[in-house]
Design a protein around this ligand. Structure first.
Ligand SMILES: Nc1ncnc2c1ncn2[C@@H]1O[C@H](COP(=O)(O)OP(=O)(O)OP(=O)(O)O)[C@@H](O)[C@H]1O
Length: 319
């Protein structure tokens, strides 16, 4: 669906995207994550041809973007919807007119436009706001209008640039649920650019982590967050203070074992005590995963690692 190979881009002398390679599969919700200035929006703008790049290849919907002329780019963009943090609605037009705009530009008949807008108003749950102007809508409702507008031409891809960053947590949740529904019901591939880890964990199946234009992580959400490597830990700001005495063991609980009472059972069966240093359970997409750091003496650590190996599916590492 989207295939990026060794893409680099500079503004003047500043390299803002540095050797990015990535594949987005049809039908997935993929996240591009990074702190401010990491290059997320620039990468998104390269994908829909709004930004040219200096090196590398970028295939979107079987088209090499850098070879497209203006007409080719317009056609490509008609298959890619986009939503933004600030909604980008036209304030002097009502909800109906805002959603109808792309179809009007492409010359569709009035009947076709009416039918499609009504379908989309139903999808985003705003039938009652059809003739209302943006200033009378809440932030969440404005984003729903923007989502409907982005879907007007039946795009295969939806690009979301910080679409929930200006919304409160409950509204964010409802907009993310709507995006998931669109992904599943309409089969639209969604790329979410965000600096909010909660957004990523809630809806994305895979993510690209960007830092200063470079890829510092790429993979399944469960792998990235359950077993973060050093770069990922720094990225998440999760520095750990570990006891200097004894042995520290980190236990990873994949989703298939995260609800099992493994730790207490192990303590009882081995008849050992340990200190819990740090731990968390997290909901990633639809899975609950967890990690726990325990501190034990040398002798107990051998018993524990043998037990974990023989009797459980828990993954562990000594720190
Ligand atoms: N048109 C431009 N001209 C010059 N520099 C630019 C331009 N657009 C972006 N940049 C620079 O490129 C870098 C990446 O910007 P980009 O907006 O892609 O980052 P981002 O990760 O989306 O950040 P944010 O979350 O703050 O929007 C920044 O250093 C920015 O200053």
């Amino acid at each position: 669906m989207i295939d990026i190979k060794h893409l680099s881009k500079s503004f003047n002398d500043q390299k803002v995207l540095d050797d990015i390679s990535l594949h987005v599969n049809a039908g997935e919700i993929f996240a591009i994550v990074g702190h401010s200035g990491a290059g997320k929006s620039t990468l998104l703008r390269c994908i829909n041809g709004l930004e040219r790049f200096s090196d590398g290849d970028l295939m979107v919907l079987d088209k090499e973007v850098k070879t497209l002329n203006e007409r080719g780019l317009n056609e490509l963009r008609s298959q890619i919807g986009m939503i933004f943090q600030n909604f980008s609605l036209l304030n002097q037009k009502n909800v109906y007119e805002n959603i109808a705009l792309p179809m009007k530009v492409w010359g569709y008949s009035k009947e076709a436009i009416q039918k499609r807008v009504d379908e989309l108003l139903n999808l985003v749950g705003l039938e009652s706001k059809k003739f209302v102007y943006p200033k009378e809508l809440s932030g969440g409702q404005k984003q729903r209008v923007a989502i409907a507008r982005a879907l007007t031409l039946n795009p295969k891809i939806l690009l979301s640039d910080e679409a929930t960053s200006a919304l409160d947590p409950n509204t964010t949740k409802s907009i993310l649920e709507l995006l998931q529904e669109i992904n599943i019901k309409l089969g639209v591939t969604i790329i979410i650019v965000t600096h909010e880890m909660d957004v990523v964990k809630r809806v994305a199946s895979r993510a690209l982590l960007l830092e200063d234009g470079k890829v510092i992580g790429l993979g399944r959400i469960e792998d990235l967050f359950l077993r973060p490597d050093e770069k990922m830990m720094r990225f998440l700001g999760e520095d750990e203070e570990l006891p200097a005495e004894g042995v520290n063991i980190r236990l990873f609980f994949p989703s298939n074992v995260s609800y099992q009472p493994i730790v207490t059972q192990m303590a009882r069966e081995l008849n050992i005590n340990f200190n819990i240093v740090w731990g968390k359970l997290e909901k990633l997409n639809d899975h609950v995963v967890g990690s726990l750091v325990i501190n034990v003496d040398e002798e107990a650590s051998l018993k524990i690692t043998d037990y974990l190996h023989e009797k459980t599916e828990v993954i562990w590492e000594a720190l």
